[in-house]
Design a protein around this ligand. Structure first.
Ligand SMILES: [Zn+2]
Length: 522
């Protein structure tokens, strides 16, 4: 009675070449057309196919708790298409010729979410059925049993195979049995979809387990207002714990899963893997009273069966703290201009056990809890003075590691001031003076870090025994922090000192600059 099942991986590989199709609905109505197409042989009468197809809708109605209504029909008779040369020409050749035959028979293909092509068995095809995980088609290689159609239709809904491993403790070297789950129609069984898949379809509630404690998980075969799956996130994988009541399964199941829970692991690849949580190879049931541990990460123990639910005690067993987060900005000891708004940044901490749960940022003695997605923080401007900060990585099990303590100082920085005489910068010492003509004398004071709308005062002093200030001028810095001093009075030849004093404000300190020039007569 074992079904022949398709390889989801092969279906995926085929899907890449398919044009994008609308998502197959996971709730509401799902319209399926089974196209009976042949080049001569007829594997069955339409009535025989319809009898099997009639089992599909009730199956989905029950497993989806009436959230998905399958409306399936076949073509009234066999449509004739050209023979295919072999398995490789099914997609797209058979799809195309079958679609053309359907249109010729006045079928509106847009009305169907999934098109199933049932054709005489093609000998070199290694499957009984095959389906796309996204594009809404399936191929039935001369086979049309209700369970096969259910299985392929589940692929159309995006479901993977329900796999299993003989390993108790998972490692990359573990064997994976593609159809290993003895309970699930997506594995080797006849039962409803496992909790991982039902959750993915949005048909059941879950409890996301984050803290040590006891959690109740209800059976997954019948509707429930309680959680029907427990989910556990770790650094390496997702775990799903569900519970089946054998008496609610469509057929007798062995071994009986009722007295405990099943533990699935998923790492984002092609489908969940049922673990041998019972302690020996292919002993999948984790019975009441027995503990299953992902070593040094967490443990689960079903403690009691209450009605159709199981109480599951959960505990983190991860005792290894995460790696330290690495502070990046501001650099340790850096001076920050008053009014700037420094952003504190750090690199992710490494955590391979339970996984990172979050960060705690401590700034000047005040701690801010942050989600793990945040690796930067900004509070706005800091007051003048020294500040310190550190960041602590906290894993889901509560282990913590704190970074080095970092500091920065907020102060008024002195703006950099330059005096430009045309294109020339004259020396700030007497010895480095430059030579200019007095008649065209003028200059510009430029500031980096310009204090907004600050004043600049220039004084011109002539060497006359000592330095004697001849005149001074005052200007506002413009928007870019410059002030031009031109059309100055004619200055006598000789050695002059030009001094520019820039006034400070809340952001920066006052600053000044001097330059020496030797003026000639012309
Ligand atoms: Zn399959």
């Amino acid at each position: 009675m074992r079904r022949v099942v398709a390889l989801a991986a092969a279906a995926c590989a085929l899907v890449a070449a398919q044009p994008a199709a609308a998502d197959v609905p996971k709730r509401g109505e799902l319209r399926v057309l089974v196209a009976l197409v042949t080049w001569g042989p007829q594997p069955a009468t339409p009535a025989e196919v319809q009898t099997e197809l009639a089992r599909v809708a009730p199956w989905f109605d029950e497993t989806s708790f009436s959230q998905l209504r399958v409306i399936a029909e076949t073509t009234p008779g066999w449509l004739t298409i050209p023979p295919v040369s072999g398995c490789a020409s099914l997609d797209p050749t058979l799809h195309d010729t079958a679609d053309a035959a359907l249109r010729g028979a006045a079928f509106d293909l847009a009305r169907y979410d999934v098109r199933a092509y049932l054709f005489p068995r093609v000998a070199d095809c290694p499957f009984g059925g095959r389906a796309s995980l996204v594009a809404g088609w399936m191929e039935l290689n001369g086979a049309f049993r209700g369970e096969l159609i259910v299985h392929e239709l589940a692929h159309s809904l995006g479901l993977f195979h329900s796999r299993a491993t003989p390993c108790t403790v998972w490692s990359g070297a573990c064997q994976v049995d593609e159809y290993g789950d003895p309970y699930d129609v997506m594995g080797d069984g006849f039962g409803p979809f496992n909790g991982f898949h039902k959750l993915r379809l949005g048909w059941i509630r879950r409890t996301s387990v984050e803290r040590d404690g006891t959690y109740s998980v209800d059976q997954l075969e019948r509707p429930s207002s309680s959680a029907q799956v427990l989910t556990i996130e770790t650094a390496a994988a997702h775990y799903v714990v569900d519970h089946r009541e054998a008496s609610l399964e469509p057929m007798p199941v062995t071994p009986d899963p009722s007295n405990g829970v099943l533990v699935y692991r998923w790492n984002g690849d092609q489908g969940p893997v049922l673990l041998s949580a019972g302690g020996s190879p292919r002993q999948y049931l984790l019975p009441i009273g027995r503990t299953y541990e992902v070593p040094d990460v967490f443990s689960v123990t079903p403690t009691a069966r209450v009605g159709t639910s199981v109480d599951v005690r959960f505990a983190w067993t991860d005792r290894t703290p995460p790696g330290a987060p690495t502070p990046v900005e501001p650099r340790n000891g850096v001076r920050v201009r008053n009014g700037d708004e420094p952003i504190l940044m750090w690199d992710d901490a490494l955590e391979t056990g339970s996984g990172l749960g979050g960060y705690e940022l401590t700034v000047d003695g005040v701690t801010h809890p942050l989600p793990v997605s945040e690796t930067s923080w900004k509070q706005g401007a800091f007051p003048l003075g020294a500040h310190s900060w550190s960041v602590t990585a906290v894993d889901r099990a509560g282990n913590r590691t704190t970074s080095n303590r970092m500091s920065f100082v907020v102060e008024k920085l002195s703006p950099a001031v330059a005096i430009l005489f045309g294109a020339q910068r004259c020396g700030a010492t007497f010895a480095a003076r430059c030579r200019l003509r007095g008649a065209t004398f003028g200059f510009t004071v430029e500031t980096a870090e310009a204090p907004v709308r600050a004043r600049v005062t220039v004084r011109l002093a002539r060497r006359d025994g000592g330095w004697r200030t001849v005149f001074s001028r005052r200007r506002l810095l413009d928007d870019v922090g410059d002030a031009a001093f031109t059309r100055l009075p004619a200055l006598r030849p000789g050695l002059w000192r030009v001094t520019a004093d820039v006034g400070g404000n809340a952001e920066v300190s006052p600053a000044s600059r001097a330059a020496y020039v030797q003026l000639s007569a012309q």
